[in-house]
Write a protein of this length. Sequence first.
Length: 114
Amino acid sequence: MEPYEIEDTSDWLGSPTELETCRQFLRMTENEVQELTLQLRKARQDIFGLVQMHAEVSKERDEAMRNLRERSAQLAEVRKELYDLKISASGSQREVERLRGILDGLTTRPKTII
């Protein structure tokens, strides 16, 4: 028996031929390509969904920022009105105190004896 014949397994029962091995590898590769194609399709759908969600959230964010700017402007107006009212109230209070002082000078206070 020659050494090269020891490694020759083509005549063994149940051993695939080279053609059968190639066909099996081809089927495995085709199955893997199909699986990867399905995964790629799902990934693309997921990405498309995420892009849509991002667009919607960005739109909502822009609306919220616009609303915040409007409310900030309204708050600034209200604060100015409050400041003006405080200034006016302070001036009115000083006038009340001045008039009370004049009135106190015109009226005599009753003297009580203890």
